[in-house]
Unconditional design. Structure first.
Length: 224
């Protein structure tokens, strides 16, 4: 993962300097250098170059050079990653292929025949996660009768057209509490305070995501 992102940073720096962002051009220019200097296999070198090219795609994405963190995602395809079962996956590494145990959450209801092989390997808080592309059956179109409007705001997170309000008061109180806690821990500056700060990082964001999810489910239920 670290070697892959080192290669991405090299390609990205040259790409920005020369204002060259096309995948084919970058691959022609840098493929051999990446292979020789970063120890990546042929296909991992191709995926690293493609990742850089895709990062610059789109309006406004070329205003400054892109840098990739050491543990930024590694992009795999079917040539360098294969599922042996839903319990293990064969992944190409710097030392050749490794058979890695895999744990799939029961909620995912993943079927091996639908796995398409493309995947991003990410690393978060000491754990590797494999974000897998699967083929999903298309839902039968649903012809709705009537409609429900939703207005989004700050005081009220959501207000439906039939008069239901979802207050943002709880979000404000949680934001205030975490702001005060973060400020107090940062000013203290001790090792225990830093450990506490690390444990609480992201809690406010997770709370908001969960609250939005719960409100969304209620609104969808009302609409149905």
């Amino acid at each position: 993962m670290e070697r892959f992102n080192e290669a991405c940073n090299y390609v990205s720096s040259i790409s920005y300097q020369e204002q060259t962002f096309g995948k084919r051009t970058l691959q022609k220019q840098h493929y051999r250098y990446v292979r020789d200097n970063y120890g990546l296999s042929a296909q991992l070198a191709v995926r690293a170059i493609a990742k850089v090219s895709e990062s610059y795609r789109g309006k406004g994405h070329r205003q400054e050079p892109h840098t990739f963190k050491p543990h930024s995602a590694v992009v795999y395809d079917q040539r360098i990653l294969s599922f042996k079962s839903l319990d293990s996956v064969s992944i190409l590494t710097l030392e050749g292929r490794q058979l890695i145990p895999l744990s799939v959450g029961a909620y995912a209801q993943l079927e091996q025949r639908r796995v398409r092989g493309q995947a991003d390997l990410i690393f978060q808080k000491g754990t590797f996660y494999l974000c897998v592309v699967v083929e999903a059956e298309e839902d039968t179109p649903y012809n709705a009768e009537g409609c429900l409007g939703v207005d989004l705001g700050l005081v009220n997170i959501a207000t439906t057209s039939d008069g239901q309000h979802f207050s943002g008061e709880k979000t404000d109180s949680v934001r205030t509490r975490y702001t005060q806690l973060t400020s107090a821990l940062q000013s203290k500056g001790t090792k225990s305070a830093k450990r506490h700060l690390k444990r609480t990082s992201g809690n406010e964001r997770k709370f908001k995501i969960n609250l939005n999810h719960c409100i969304s489910k209620i609104i969808v239920g009302i609409a149905k």
